[in-house]
Design a protein around this ligand. Structure first.
Ligand code: PLP
Length: 388
């Protein structure tokens, strides 16, 4: 293989050298001053990312960032389990695999009213408005639906949730750290993200931002023991976790969020938007069609791109993915029933323009290998046109 391995899956994403090195330092106790200093750095960086992810760099929201030993699914469960009990009602918005996961989590802890549309389709805000009532305790939504490449209308849903005084829990797993996210302006009460996505940290840890409004209403009594939010919040005040912290991962996260702060969220958001445009335009110039339907209040994702596979290769999509692998590039297929129908590439984290161009070229060449005629040079040129 001639070129370096290029990881373009929508998580985990490539790590910087400094983030990787941070995991290789000598071990310390998770109850030491040295660890507390690491957690504090991670909290400071996360507070920046959670509250200043706006194109203009303004601040939106106050609350507490928490880091969990576990991926974002744990964070999703922690949020729902601490804000509900058996008598609570959750309205769960589902238009993809991760919206469905949120609903499944909520099913275990409360009564759920789902608002479901086909994966890859936009929500009908009137249906959302009908489903959320004064009886609703919690509303869940995925901001950036990784399974389909859609950016859901969090602001609009948040307005409806607030009108009914429901708590608003948002999965920002593949947007936070790469795209705009507004805690106060969108009425978000708990936001969740994963280490391994746009934060460009390793997999295995996740982060929550818990606003004061959510803290007031949280009750850890019925939550899983490991996910008692109140306990995590009390310990977070002392830069500690209730149980043994994943020390190397916390260290890596501290460096990753400091790198984000050094780049600055306005520039980082602009870069992610530019790179997503480059992927979209590059693939379009190869003759490919985007998968999701961004009509209505939904938009196309700025952190990952989902593309429909040409009909002619769907019966043997494996050959296409093998041809991509042979070029030392890793991309993702569709999840669940979308397997064999789409492919997905990520631009989360710290990709260079050249890596984005290589992604487009690789897909074009791999399609050529499996008999799909496409103009690779046109794809590369269209991607380059979007990049600085
Ligand atoms: N939510 C979204 C939107 C995701 O993309 C992911 C991971 O891909 C998750 C949640 C959490 O998944 P996991 O806990 O497997 O990291």
């Amino acid at each position: 293989m001639s070129e370096d391995f290029l990881l373009l899956n929508p998580g985990p994403v490539p790590l910087s050298d400094a983030v990787r090195r941070a995991m290789d330092e000598p071990m310390v106790s998770h109850r030491s001053d040295a660890f507390e200093a690491v957690y504090e750095r991670a909290q400071d960086g996360l507070a920046y990312v959670f509250t200043q992810s706006t194109p203009e760099g303004s601040t939106t929201g106050t609350g507490t960032p928490l880091v969990l030993n576990g991926t974002a699914t744990m964070g999703m469960e922690m949020a729902v389990a601490n804000l509900t009990d058996d008598d609570s009602e959750v309205v769960a918005l589902v238009n993809g695999k991760f919206g469905r996961r949120f609903k499944r989590i909520a099913d275990r802890h409360a009564r759920v009213t789902p608002v479901e549309v086909e994966w890859g389709q936009s929500f009908d805000l009137e249906a959302v408005d009908d489903a959320i009532t004064d009886e609703t305790d919690v509303v869940t939504v995925v901001h950036n639906e990784t399974s389909t490449g859609l950016l859901n209308p969090v602001r609009e849903v948040g307005d409806i949730a607030r009108e009914h005084d429901a708590l608003f829990v948002v999965d920002g797993v593949t947007s936070i750290g790469g795209d705009e996210f507004r805690i106060d302006d969108w009425n978000v009460d708990v936001a969740i993200t994963d280490g391994q996505k746009a934060l460009a940290a390793p997999p295995g840890i996740s982060a929550l931002f818990v606003t004061d409004r959510a803290v007031e209403r949280a009750d850890g009594e019925s939550a899983p023991f490991y996910e008692d939010m109140d306990w995590h919040l009390r310990k977070a005040d002392q830069h500690q976790t209730p149980f043994t912290s994943a020390v190397p991962l916390f260290r890596a996260l501290a460096v990753a969020v400091e790198e984000i702060e050094a780049e600055g969220m306005p520039d980082r958001i602009a870069r992610h938007r530019e790179q997503a445009r480059a992927f979209r335009e590059g693939f379009a110039a190869l003759g490919l069609a985007g998968f999701p339907d961004a009509d209505g209040p939904t938009e196309l994702s700025n952190t990952l791109t989902a593309i429909a596979l040409p009909e002619t290769i769907r019966s043997d999509a494996g050959a296409f993915f093998d041809a991509v692998d042979e070029r030392n590039v890793s991309i993702s297929g569709g999840q669940a029933h979308l397997g064999g129908e789409i492919f997905r590439v990520s631009n989360m984290g710290n990709l260079t323009s050249e890596q984005v161009v290589r992604g487009v070229r690789t897909v074009g060449e791999a399609l050529g290998d499996v008999g799909v005629e496409c103009d690779v040079d046109a794809g590369v040129a269209a991607a380059r046109d979007q990049l600085d």
